[in-house]
Design a protein around this ligand. Structure first.
Ligand code: SF4
Length: 236
């Protein structure tokens, strides 16, 4: 464009494409929710999963967008780690289905679980979230149903880590971490999977402590102190 020419630009906010994308995302999430059978993701927080099976809800726009953010990052990380046949691999064990982000290793039996987090502080070997470890452990236990021990990898993408620079100012930047996690008692993990599956299929909600307290803040099944609510009383 000739610099001397005036460029007239009109911008109109219409939201059409954004609504279209949200609509598609909502349908995708609805389809995911309609999947049948018990999945590993249901066993991580079985109480919340029990309520979502009993009282299915349409996903909110916020949930749809977090879903998109997670899927986008997952897609890139997975494509860098494994070829297509070793990505999003479905495994089944005792009526439980797991979808493993990537499989690596010389025997193709080492799962890689990719996580994206908004945590502003880094985890370390002592502070890794238990639900990350639990999910990875379940995959290892399913892949090696006759073994007592096994290991897998956690890959964690922090979207914006907060760090104080030498001049005292805060700096925010993405960060990638990985951990190898050895599970020394796969029988115990398999036992807990069977137990959690039974809780999920029972007519009454699983015990409160099968969810972590932080989860209640964003849980759509939290009754928030309302009496006679069919929803969950949550951690107070
Ligand atoms: S309110 Fe809390 S304890 Fe209850 S289902 Fe939701 S996350 Fe779990």
């Amino acid at each position: 464009m000739d610099k001397k020419q005036k460029c007239k630009i009109d911008v109109v906010s219409d939201g059409i494409v954004a609504s279209y994308v949200l609509d598609i995302l909502g349908k995708k999430q609805e389809d995911d929710r309609k999947r049948t059978g018990v999945h590993v993701s249901d066993l991580i927080f079985p109480r919340k999963a029990w309520y979502s099976l009993k009282y299915p809800q349409t996903p909110t726009d916020e949930e749809c967008l977090y879903f998109m953010i997670g899927r986008a990052h997952h897609g890139i990380m997975e494509s860098l780690i494994a070829t297509e046949q070793f990505r999003e691999v479905e495994v089944k064990w005792n009526g439980i289905t797991g979808t493993i982000d990537c499989l690596v290793g010389s025997d193709g039996l080492v799962p890689v679980e990719c996580k994206t987090t908004r945590s502003a502080t880094m985890y370390n070997v002592n502070t890794l979230p238990m639900h990350y470890l639990r999910q990875l452990g379940m995959y290892v236990a399913m892949l090696r149903p006759d073994d007592k021990e096994g290991y897998g990898t956690l890959l964690i993408l922090y979207l914006s880590i907060r760090d104080r620079e030498a001049d005292g100012r805060w700096h925010f930047a993405p960060l990638l971490q990985s951990y190898t996690v050895h599970f020394r008692n796969l029988d115990a993990i398999r036992g807990s999977m069977i137990f959690r599956k039974a809780m999920l299929e029972a007519p009454i909600p699983p015990p409160l402590d099968t969810c972590e307290a932080w989860l209640c803040r964003s849980c759509r099944y939290y009754s928030r102190g309302r009496k006679n609510s069919e929803y969950c009383e949550g951690h107070r």
